[in-house]
Design a protein. Structure first.
Length: 297
């Protein structure tokens, strides 16, 4: 077994071997849809659209959702093509190298997840499985009218997916982005935010406005997208991923970079690193997303 393990490189998948008599456990079965099998072959990502037992959804390889009382229900067959198109479009906005090396292993699309008062539209299960309800019923999401362009048309849905996915990516990175943290100010686990809340405790419009103003000042001075970025590296990096994949450079520059030298420095470090290490022009993805989104309005 030591010889077997040492013969695998970091980017290679560990597959079963007929000579050892192992049964393939992870990946689409032979009867799965061709698009799903091709996606797995290209990206090493399993888009799961079928299950018989809800525990297949709530129990991943290493983590279980012990709080889910109602399980999950399978997607309707008629909804599967649009789910495939959505994920395929998302993946085409990311370099194949980044997906294979950093992305979670599974996207699990279901009709419903949990239920009653605990119904959830999207759920992160550990670091390797993202569960998405499809069609999604989150407030302000749109009905699927043109599946081919839904990724660009429904900004609430796409930003929700990236918002959850980005946190997973920050956890799954192969190491910290060199120089990224040092370009801003040290993380303090939210102490500065707590201090602002202490100094502006009221709920009047004036108090809320003053509190938000102080949080925005904190983020600009320390190089975070939002004040909550001060809580830690993974929170901060995740917010950068979410922003850059769904917004154009001119808008990012105007809102975030022009008002903060530290944010401008972190932007350059992160975008340069992703291009060099993963061949991913993340800003090109954001530019494309914003251009197409604007075309629908």
């Amino acid at each position: 077994m030591l010889l077997l393990a040492s013969s695998c490189t970091k980017n290679e998948s560990i597959n079963s071997s007929e000579s050892f008599g192992f049964q393939e456990r992870f990946g689409p079965k032979e009867e799965e849809l061709p698009a799903v099998k091709e996606m797995f072959k290209t990206y090493d990502l399993w888009l799961r659209l079928n299950f018989k037992d809800p525990k297949e959804v709530t129990n991943s390889i290493l983590v279980q959702d012990v709080n889910n009382r109602y399980g999950a229900t399978p997607m309707d067959d008629k909804a599967k093509p649009s789910a495939i198109m959505f994920v395929d479009t998302l993946l085409h906005n990311v370099s194949t190298d980044f997906v294979r090396r950093v992305f979670p292993r599974e996207f699990f699309f279901v009709k419903t997840y949990n239920g009653s008062w605990w119904k959830q539209d999207i759920y992160v299960l550990g670091r390797s499985r993202l569960i998405v309800c499809w069609p999604n019923e989150r407030l302000n999401t749109q009905p699927i009218t043109v599946p081919e362009t839904h990724y660009y048309q429904d900004s609430v849905l796409t930003r929700m997916v990236w918002g959850n996915l980005s946190g997973m990516l920050a956890q799954r990175m192969e190491g910290k982005v060199p120089g990224f943290e040092a370009a801003g100010m040290p993380y303090d686990n939210g102490k500065a935010l707590d201090e602002i809340d202490k100094n502006f405790p009221g709920n009047s419009d004036e108090d809320i406005e003053a509190r938000n103003r102080e949080v925005s000042k904190l983020a600009a001075e320390r190089g975070y997208i939002s004040g909550s970025g001060s809580r830690g590296y993974e929170v901060d990096l995740g917010q950068w991923f979410s922003l850059l994949t769904t917004e154009s450079y001119p808008n990012i520059k105007k809102v975030y970079l022009d008002s903060s030298e530290k944010r401008a420095a972190k932007y350059k470090i992160l975008t340069d690193f992703l291009k060099k290490e993963y061949n991913w022009d993340i800003q090109a993805a954001g530019n494309k997303y914003r251009k197409k989104l604007d075309s629908f309005h």
